[in-house]
Design a protein around this ligand. Structure first.
Ligand code: HEC
Ligand code: HEC
Ligand code: HEC
Ligand code: HEC
Ligand code: HEC
Length: 394
């Protein structure tokens, strides 16, 4: 069971367990019902999968077949990706990781498998992906709120519960605050370690200052959730839930642009270029690049221990003691950066949070621009750089 043969592709992404779960939740022969979003208590539950094989492709209703084919080509189904194969050598996924790295772990965490909600009860088998039963699950309708790493408890309806569980990241500004509390701002401290917000943190960006995922500076206000404009409401207003792609056409009702990257509403330039003919993404990227340059300059000039970033290697920030632009090596391994100061740690956290979300400009441009500006102003202080003078805007 669980294998559907279609011309040109073999579908076997579902574990027997997952299959059992969603078959229990859906009747064979039923017409696919509309999904989440139609009414507040309507989770995305209905689709049709034959109870057991073998069967002919013709037995599968077209709607379902299209959904499977779309999903199969998406990142959610890519069992070979690092996000799903990372634990293969261990043979099991740790409970702390399973919620977001396997449909089975997700169901366990939310108690959709009959277990206690709010915790994964043990290790989870490897091989799981974001399968159908993650989003097509009657139990989703009963999930009314999701807790974020900042401690924020956010109300959800239907399938939103799924996206917001997995795309919320794993740490927030509050974790950085705790780590650096009461420490002298510019003193290197070997106890400090880089705090990684984790990956694909779209929901954290989207909720903005209200979600409190970034490191927030005292006496600064932060833009809240990006409400955008009706009917743009939640993740699936823009992302097709199976391909996960966003199509440009619906955006053009309100925006004039040939590409997402060119969309702009803001009339001011944030990055000092004075250019408002480019998309807002251009300002965000320019400021993110400048922030990274400033982090490097600060660790060099103020701390005397230059840091270097490598996005391909955990923990991403390494030591470059002689400042030659190459990562220091010890016994053939790169040396993780060990001279964090509170100031470099909090600015690096904000930089990573912003840049780990490639859709940041559509998810919450104002919030990410604020985090970048405040972090640059923070580093500017000890280096005597007035960022307003170079035309940067918040
Ligand atoms: C709150 C949900 C969540 C939790 C909990 C979580 N992750 Fe992730 N993780 C994600 C998401 C979402 C991605 C997908 C990022 C992408 O590749 O687009 C990801 C990606 C990854 C990747 C791939 C990174 C890359 O560079 O492609 C690794 C490795 C990883 N996580 C490790 C872990 C480990 C180890 C744990 C447990 C200690 C864990 N994750 C817990 C959500 C989570
Ligand atoms: C990440 C969440 C998610 C996953 C995983 C997912 N779906 Fe869906 N699916 C949805 C949402 C949301 C809708 C509602 C779409 C709408 O209302 O426009 C939907 C709608 C459907 C529909 C109704 C017809 C359509 O295409 O709109 C079918 C059939 C369906 N899904 C089948 C599946 C099958 C089979 C799988 C696994 C191969 C799957 N889905 C995986 C979220 C998901
Ligand atoms: C069980 C956890 C989980 C749920 C639920 C989930 N995702 Fe994901 N999502 C992931 C992981 C893990 C990845 C990275 C997969 C990979 O690298 O192959 C990912 C990748 C993505 C991507 C990136 C696609 C790409 O091409 O790189 C988008 C967009 C996305 N998810 C949107 C959504 C939306 C919208 C929802 C809700 C309808 C959702 N996700 C629900 C875990 C989840
Ligand atoms: C206003 C439309 C819009 C909304 C709402 C939206 N997104 Fe996005 N998202 C985008 C765009 C545009 C991109 C960039 C797409 C690209 O580069 O192909 C993106 C990118 C992403 C990515 C990274 C994909 C990649 O290529 O790695 C993820 C993950 C993601 N979104 C998840 C979500 C989640 C989860 C939500 C809800 C909390 C959400 N998005 C809400 C438009 C939106
Ligand atoms: C119903 C109209 C409408 C639709 C449809 C729409 N948007 Fe928007 N968008 C707006 C409005 C209004 C704003 C300004 C909101 C604000 O600043 O509070 C905006 C702002 C933005 C911004 C930030 C621009 C800036 O300069 O700050 C981006 C990026 C964006 N939208 C992307 C998208 C994408 C991508 C889509 C399609 C997936 C989309 N929008 C669909 C109305 C819309």
């Amino acid at each position: 069971m669980g294998i559907i043969r279609r011309p040109g592709l073999v579908f076997s992404g579902l574990s027997a367990f997952a299959t059992a779960i969603f078959l229990a939740n859906s009747g064979f022969g039923q017409d696919p019902a509309p999904g989440a979003g139609d009414s507040p208590d309507d989770a995305t539950t209905s689709f049709v999968l034959p109870r057991s094989g073998p069967f002919e492709p013709a037995d599968i209703s077209i709607g379902n077949e299209a959904a499977i084919a779309d999903w199969f080509r998406s990142a959610h189904a890519n069992a070979a990706s690092e996000a799903f194969s990372h634990w293969d050598d261990d043979g099991e996924i740790r409970a702390a990781c399973a919620t977001c790295h396997s449909g089975e772990g997700f169901r366990d965490f939310h108690g959709l498998d009959g277990s206690a909600a709010g915790v994964v009860d043990g290790t989870i088998d490897v091989g799981g992906v974001v399968d159908c039963g993650t989003c097509h699950n009657a139990g989703l309708a009963d999930i009314t709120e999701i807790t974020f790493p900042s401690g924020l408890v956010h109300p959800v309806t239907g399938v939103e519960a799924s996206c917001l569980t997995c795309h919320q990241g794993r740490s927030a500004g509050i974790d950085v605050e705790e780590a650096i509390a009461d420490l002298p701002l510019d003193e290197a401290n070997a106890e400090l370690r880089f705090i990684n917000p984790h990956y694909a943190t779209a929901a954290a960006t989207w909720l903005g200052g209200y979600g409190a995922s970034g490191y927030h500076y005292d006496a600064r206000d932060y833009s809240g959730r990006f409400f955008h404009a009706r009917p743009v409401e939640s993740c699936n207003s823009c992302h097709e839930p199976h391909t996960l792609e966003v199509s440009l056409e619906p955006c053009l009702t309100c925006h004039q642009a040939d590409r997402f990257e060119d969309i702009r509403i803001a009339r001011q330039s944030y990055d000092g270029s004075g250019n408002t003919t480019v998309g807002i993404r251009s300002d965000i990227n320019a400021n993110a690049d400048r922030l990274m340059d400033m982090i490097r300059a600060y660790t060099d000039e103020v701390v005397g221990a230059p840091v270097i970033y490598d996005g391909n290697r955990y923990p991403y920030f390494f030591s470059d003691a002689n400042g030659d632009g190459a990562i220091d090596m010890e016994d053939g391994s790169p040396v993780p950066y060990g001279s964090w100061t509170p100031r470099s740690l909090r600015t690096a956290f904000n930089w990573k949070l912003v840049t780990t979300d490639p859709g940041n400009y559509a998810h919450n441009p104002e919030y990410v621009l604020e985090l970048l500006y405040d972090s640059m102003a923070d580093l500017g202080e000890p280096m005597d750089i007035d960022i307003d003078e170079i035309g940067l805007r918040r």
